[in-house]
Every structure is written in structure tokens, then in C-alpha cells.
Design a protein around this ligand. Structure first.
Ligand code: EPS
Length: 389
């Protein structure tokens, strides 16, 4: 499985092409739209989300509610494009019109300057339009297809927020997957811990009033992955490594932790590793899950617990950072028209979907995957086999 996205933030549309989804997988457009809707939510989004209503158009690969095995292409229109048709259109523009939206002052913390240097763009709009996190809508669309596949194999994936602006949600133990999904979906900041909801909302409102932004930590929790998916044999088939790569590839994400994560550096080995046990019902299992569902680049069969850290969005409304205009080389403070004070809740939905894609990809690589019913049978057989191994 692989996917490619295309599209600029204020261009006509976003496009996702997914290849390698098994044929005969039941799938509904509504499932993808549901994910897109969740990504647009969360307290702290900016004005752009009032303009966009992300709905997917399926242009290939799905017929009468089932996948065909051919590439699936999905399109999401940018409603804002109607305000940008000349500026973002493919036709040449008159010089004076062109000047209107030229960006010559790179925003610190964004891709603007490095992207301009790499591609030789003197108008950095050519960089920022693509580097914009608008692209995450296309990634969520791909992940939604992966989630549909996983769900029908008994694998559930849920993303939520653990921390915003230094306010930390406490661990919620013994909660079912369904409760996790429902609670985070209902929460305006997508947390499981009700006690931190209002303090987080207040912190976001305060940052907004001050023209500042807030980052945070998202967590993705996965139940139902069989043990032994991934590989210890080759570095590029280690599933935790692939997940780490996909998480850090989300705009503004800076790091990843599995299970107790960096805490493992501070405690003894006897306190880090999870002991192995067996019973008839579960087969092999760990008596704890400090390693977050991975050993040796492979799943252990325990829940996967992965955290990703998002820095605050660097577009600051009232506290513009110092920069240099690339035409005049004079100091410049970046001016801002619109920004999201906090996109951590939305990012937890994005993280859920990029993780889901990596899981589905690893499964389709390891088991026969041309036809979904055969894939399902193979997974059922494997689960039974390893229970008695
Ligand atoms: C983004 C800037 C904002 C965000 C956008 C990502 O857009 P605009 O410049 O149009 O105000 O709202 O995110 C989305 C449009 C989205 O759908 O997530 C950026 O610079 O990354």
C-alpha cells in the first residue's frame, strides 16, 4: 500500500491516490467524510475552517460500495479557492496582479525559506501553499480508507489529546475502545480526561487573545493488532520505525514516544520490560505494556500506545517574529492574516489516520492481500495459530 497527495492550500482541490487496498473491501464514502469532519473540529481552529466543509468525492477504485483493487482516488475541494482563482490558477498572470500576493518575507518556523532556497522560488507563496497543513486533509482521507480495512479485521485505532500548552491529561485506565472513541469525539479539545478540558480551553483562549499559539502532545491507541506484524529483519520493515516516520512527517510534529517512551532512559531495565505470560483465551501476552506494543520492530499483540509532540504553530497574530526580506535583505517582522491558535486536537485526528495507514500497510505486506475476504481469513487463521504456538 502507498499513497500520494497533491494540492495547494488555496488551490482548486486536494487529491489523494491510494494503491494496494485489497479488492472486495466494503467501504462507504460516509466513513471517509466522518474522518474529515473530525479533523476540522477542535477548539482553537482559525477562520479558515469556517470556509471549508471537507467532503470527499470518490473518482476511482470504489464501485457499488466495494473496492476494486485498482487505485482509489479521492478529491476534496478547497472552497476558499473561489477567492484565489487568479492567484492560484494555472494560467499566466499580468505582472501587477501577480504582485498582490507575492511573499518575500519568510516566516520563522515554517518551510518558507528552506523551500525557497531548495526550489529557487523568489515568491515564497510557491512554497507555503504546499507546505500548509491543509494537506493533512488528504492524508486523513487515505487513513480513513486504511481504518475501514483495519476495523473489519477487528483492529481499532483512536487518537486523542494528552497535553496542550503544558496542561497534561492524566492516564485513564480500564476504558474500552468504544469509550475512548466516544469521549474524545465529544470533547472540544479531544481529551479523555474531563478534568483538563476547561483548563485547556481557557489556555487556548488566552493564547488567542494574546495573538500567540500553543502546541501539545497527541496519543494514538490501537487495539486488536496481532503479534508479530512488522519485522526485526530489515530496518525499513520495522513497524515502530515506520510509525515514527509517519508521525514526524505531520506538519509541526517534532518527536515520537512509544509506551513509557523517554522515561525508559531514566529507570532500570527491570522496570522497563514487560513480562511474558500465556493463557488459553489470549495466548501469549505481556503482564504490563510499558513498551507500548512493540518489541524488535514487531507488534507484541498488546495495545499500541504512541505519542507525538506538536510544536506551537509558528504563524503568530500579535507577536510576529523577526525575519529578513529576501528582496531587500532588510529586517522584517512577519505580518499575519489568519492563523490557528491551537491545532493540537485536529492533529490528534491526523496522527490517528497516519498511524492507521502504516498498520494497514504492514498487514497487507505480510498477508495475502489481493482480495479482502482472503486477507480476513488469513488473519483469523494466524490469530488462532499464534494463540497455540
Ligand atoms: C495553515 C494555515 C491556515 C490553516 C490551514 C493550515 O490556513 P489559511 O492560511 O487559509 O488561513 O487553517 O489549515 C487548513 C486549511 C486545514 O484545513 O487544516 C498553514 O499555514 O499550515
Amino acid at each position: 500500500m502507498r499513497y500520494l497527495t497533491a494540492g495547494e492550500s488555496h488551490g482548486k482541490q486536494l487529491t489523494t491516490i491510494i494503491e494496494g487496498i485489497p479488492a472486495q473491501l466494503p467501504i462507504l464514502k460516509e466513513d471517509i467524510n466522518q474522518s474529515l469532519l473530525r479533523r476540522q473540529g477542535g477548539h482553537g481552529r482559525g477562520k479558515r475552517q469556517q470556509i471549508e466543509k471537507d467532503l470527499v468525492e470518490v473518482t476511482s477504485g470504489i464501485r457499488h460500495g466495494y473496492t476494486l483493487g485498482s487505485p482509489i482516488s479521492l478529491v476534496i475541494s478547497n472552497d476558499d479557492f473561489k477567492h484565489w482563482t487568479d492567484i492560484m490558477g494555472e494560467d499566466p498572470l499580468e505582472e501587477d496582479a501577480k504582485i498582490r500576493r507575492i511573499v518575500s518575507n519568510p516566516r520563522p518556523g515554517h518551510a518558507d525559506l528552506n523551500g525557497a532556497l531548495k526550489y529557487g522560488h523568489r515568491d515564497m507563496r510557491n512554497v507555503l501553499e504546499r507546505s500548509s497543513a491543509r494537506e493533512t486533509a488528504a492524508r486523513v482521507a487515505a487513513g480513513a480508507v486504511a481504518k475501514t480495512l483495519l476495523k473489519q479485521l477487528g483492529i481499532e485505532v483512536c487518537g486523542y489529546v494528552k497535553e496542550i500548552g503544558g496542561i497534561r491529561a492524566k492516564e485513564i485506565e480500564g476504558i474500552s475502545m468504544e469509550e475512548r472513541l466516544k469521549t474524545s469525539e465529544k470533547s472540544p479539545v479531544m481529551v479523555l480526561d474531563k478534568d483538563v478540558e476547561q483548563p485547556m480551553i481557557d489556555a487556548i483562549d488566552k493564547a488567542k487573545a494574546e495573538g500567540d499559539t500553543l502546541g501539545g502532545v497527541c496519543e494514538v491507541y490501537v487495539e486488536g493488532m496481532p503479534a508479530g506484524v512488522g519485522s526485526y529483519v530489515h530496518y525499513d520493515r520495522k513497524l515502530d520505525a515506520r510509525i515514527a516516520s509517519s508521525v514526524v512527517s505531520i506538519n509541526a510534529f517534532k518527536g515520537v514516544e512509544f509506551g513509557i517512551g523517554f522515561e525508559a532512559a531514566r529507570i532500570n531495565g527491570s522496570e522497563v520490560h514487560d513480562e511474558i505470560s500465556w493463557n488459553e483465551e489470549r495466548g501469549y501476552y505481556r503482564t504490563s505494556n510499558r513498551l507500548g506494543g512493540f518489541e524488535g520492530g514487531m507488534t507484541t499483540g498488546m495495545p499500541i500506545v504512541v505519542k507525538g509532540v506538536m510544536k506551537p504553530i509558528p504563524t503568530l497574530m500579535k507577536k510576529p517574529l523577526q525575519s529578513v526580506d529576501i528582496e531587500t535583505k532588510e529586517p522584517f517582522t512577519a505580518t499575519v492574516e489568519r492563523s490557528d491558535p491551537c491545532a493540537v486536537p485536529a492533529a490528534s485526528v491526523v496522527m490517528e489516520h497516519v498511524v492507521a495507514f502504516e498498520l494497514a500497510k504492514a498487514i497487507t505486506e505480510q498477508f495475502p492481500s489481493d482480495q479482502f475476504p482472503k486477507l480476513k481469513q488469513a488473519i483469523d487463521d494466524y490469530r488462532e495459530e499464534i494463540r497455540w504456538f
